[in-house]
Write a protein that binds this ligand. Structure first.
Ligand code: NFS
Length: 664
């Protein structure tokens, strides 16, 4: 069992701000996921947990026991077939979520290029690089013209039926060869999701290796297709993140302002709200009701998007979404898609807060709906804010854990890592590779994904702490990033406080935290590019599977996390989860945990406690170091002059000292 702190009502409630809030009388009437988890009082179904509950046709549901002849499916499906089908369907669902998000971003990008939104093409350098990748002429053309062509080409990749996705060309050559050899290059983004659903329908693909081949292809359509397109086009439109200071946790809510929290995933809406929050009419209306202005704060991955690009504070991560509302201090929670719990509308039932759904795909009982139209984004955003302002005077009893907010430095896109370590004039991953080769940095560990009510908030912290103590540079995304922000690991000072000598010396020279916030979950595609850059820089092998790099989504909750894990494994990066729904099928489970390595050079791993997960990650890094012949015991190396020059060329974090606190 994972390390847990005791608590009266539920032994996994952790996080100082949450405990502080739940101890207040006003929060005691609120029922949360912790209560529901306890009320359910039963342990998870073994068949479901092990992946062997089949409900894809109406002859069942069939609960399969591996190796027991009388317990195979009515159709004859074995445990391996059923578990592989279920697993592939999880990958397809996760990919679909990223795909629909990405499609909306591309549509918004096209509308922006046509001048139909309040946004503009901000990162022309990235626009040109992407245009080059797509063989789009840039000479003598206006940025909006290039963007329009790029947007249309990107949109076509969703419905493409033949050929391969353009972004695959960015991967290391050897990765591309493996995908070609295995026949898993995605042909079109939507096609791979549809084909996965078809092949896992009753009576189609009955062989787990073959099913997993399609799961691999589908996941690549996510990582190197949908997610990567979304990240890059969003960057071009809203700016590529650079390091910026901000604050996180429940204490970012303001007593004297209209608090509007933005929860969900697609930043088109959130960016429009950011613009509208500074609108004179809106500010005047806010003043009229006695508020100093609009305090926008993020929740979940929308939070990460505006945190990274604008330094807008994050009020809470997935696990805190009900807490944010339980404060009674939020005038409106604006939601779009994904990771929004249906309970949020119940939490605010006796409060002044409005839950405002904004996407026709995602409505909710007891919420109000204001449809967000990208072509009328600014006015939609203003309408939402006016609704929130109208609630300010109705605010009743509330409690903001004011001293619960932590400083963070965020915004480490792969371009920033390049710039930061390589310097303004010599942008390169060379210093990172050199530091890995000389042992100051043992390797790279990515902590991504969700949080989980069954497990303590300490898990991410304990894993990250152990990794950085052992000189592993940690890259984080999603709600894991926010969890570590709340625990103080996203500050440069954390290097001095927690990191091992080698990592500390590098972080202190550059002025960076030992845990780098790389973005939202869609931005895990940035990690693929960072890994690719490390391969291309040389000295650490020919493909991603040779790098001393490993990932984990220890507290995965959503299907998206499994899609992400699958695209990392298929791209050659070893991934450790706390559990997988594969244990009920022996041969399939073995294939996931070992067999995939023979195919892609990497596999899934499972470890239970924080300590075991960290150990498994370090072991995976050391295995790669051994294979590369760079794992000789390093005495504590003092920096040589060349090293210092290399690092100092990068100077401290660009922008890190600017103290931008968003609209705080
Ligand atoms: Ni990722 Fe974002 Fe959080 Fe998990 Fe949900 S918000 S996209 S899925 S819970 S990290």
């Amino acid at each position: 069992m994972t390390s847990q702190k005791g608590c009266e009502s539920c032994n996994t409630i952790t996080g100082e701000s949450t405990i502080d809030l739940l101890n207040q009388d006003l929060a005691k009437q609120v029922r949360t996921a912790y209560d529901r988890l306890e009320d359910r009082g039963m342990s998870a179904c073994l068949f479901g947990s092990g992946g062997t509950c089949c409900r894809i046709c109406n002859m069942g549901p069939c609960q399969i026991i591996d190796g027991v002849e009388s317990m195979i499916g009515v159709c004859g499906a074995t445990a391996d077939t059923v578990a592989a089908r279920n697993f592939a369907r999880i990958v397809a669902a996760g990919t679909a979520a990223h795909t629909d998000h990405a499609r909306e971003m591309v549509r918004g990008f096209i509308a922006t290029a046509k001048g139909e939104t309040p946004h503009e093409i901000k990162d022309v350098d990235k626009l040109n690089k992407m245009a080059e990748l797509f063989d789009i002429e840039i000479e003598g053309r206006d940025k909006n013209e290039i963007a329009l062509e790029l947007g249309e080409r990107a949109l076509a990749e969703f419905g493409q039926q033949e050929g391969t996705l353009t972004m695959l060309k960015r991967a290391p050559e050897k990765q591309q060869e493996i995908w070609k050899r295995e026949g898993v290059e995605p042909r079109g983004i939507d096609r791979e999701v549809v084909e996965t659903m078809h092949r896992t329908h009753m009576g189609v693909d009955q062989e787990y290796h073959n099913i997993m081949k399609q799961a691999a292809r589908c996941s690549l359509a996510d990582g190197w297709g949908a997610s990567m397109l979304s990240t890059e086009l969003t960057d071009i439109m809203f700016g590529t993140p650079v390091p910026i200071r901000a604050i996180v946790d429940l204490g970012v809510l303001r007593e004297d302002m209209v608090n509007v929290t933005v929860h969900g995933h697609e930043p088109l809406l959130a960016e429009s709200l950011c613009l509208a929050a500074d609108d004179e009419e809106i500010l005047a209306l806010a003043k009229k009701v006695g508020a100093k202005g609009i305090n926008l704060a993020g929740v979940c991955c929308t939070g990460n998007e505006i945190l990274m690009r604008r330094g807008i504070p994050v009020a809470g991560s997935f696990i805190q979404q009900e807490m944010v509302l339980a404060t009674g201090a939020v005038e409106a929670m604006v939601v779009d898609v994904q990771c929004v719990m249906q309970s949020v509308a119940q939490v605010v039932k006796n409060k002044h807060t409005d839950i405002i759904t904004t996407n026709y795909r995602a409505k909710m009982p007891d919420a109000i709906h204001i449809q967000f139209e990208e072509h009328d984004a600014y006015n939609c955003a203003k309408e939402i804010l006016k609704k929130a302002i109208g609630n300010f005077k109705k605010r009743g009893e509330y409690y903001i854990p004011e001293n619960k907010k932590l400083d963070v430095v965020v915004g480490f896109s792969h371009e920033t890592i390049n710039y930061m370590l390589g310097g303004r004039f010599r942008q390169s991953y060379r210093p990172l590779n050199d530091n890995i080769i000389n042992g100051r940095i043992r390797g790279v560990g990515a902590l991504v994904g969700c949080e989980h009510y069954k497990y303590s908030d300490d898990v991410h912290f304990e894993i990250a702490k152990k990794l950085i103590e052992n000189n592993v540079l940690v890259l984080v995304t999603g709600c894991a990033a926010q969890a570590l922000g709340r625990r103080g690991l996203l500050r440069p000072e954390a290097a001095t406080e927690y990191a091992g000598e080698g990592l500390k010396s590098v972080c202190e020279t550059v002025g960076m935290p030992p845990v780098l916030h790389v973005g939202s979950c869609v931005d895990n595609s940035r990690l693929l590019i960072a890994l690719t850059e490390m391969v291309k820089e040389g000295g650490l092998g020919d493909d991603i599977s040779e790098l001393p790099a490993v990932g984990s989504a220890p507290l995965w909750m959503s299907e998206k996390a499994v899609a992400i894990g699958q695209y990392f494994v298929t791209s050659g990066a070893h991934v450790v989860f706390q559990n997988l729904p594969t244990t009920g099928a022996k041969a399939f489970n073995e294939f996931i945990l070992k067999g995939m390595k023979d195919v892609y050079g990497a596999s899934w791993g499972v470890a239970e406690t924080a300590e075991e997960i960290a150990d498994a990650m370090i072991a995976a890094i050391d295995e790669k170091r051994d294979a590369l012949g760079i794992n000789k015991k390093q005495e504590r190396v003092l920096m040589d002059m060349q090293m210092r020059r290399d690092l100092e060329a990068g100077q401290a974090l660009p922008g890190a000292g600017c103290g931008h606190g968003g609209n705080q």
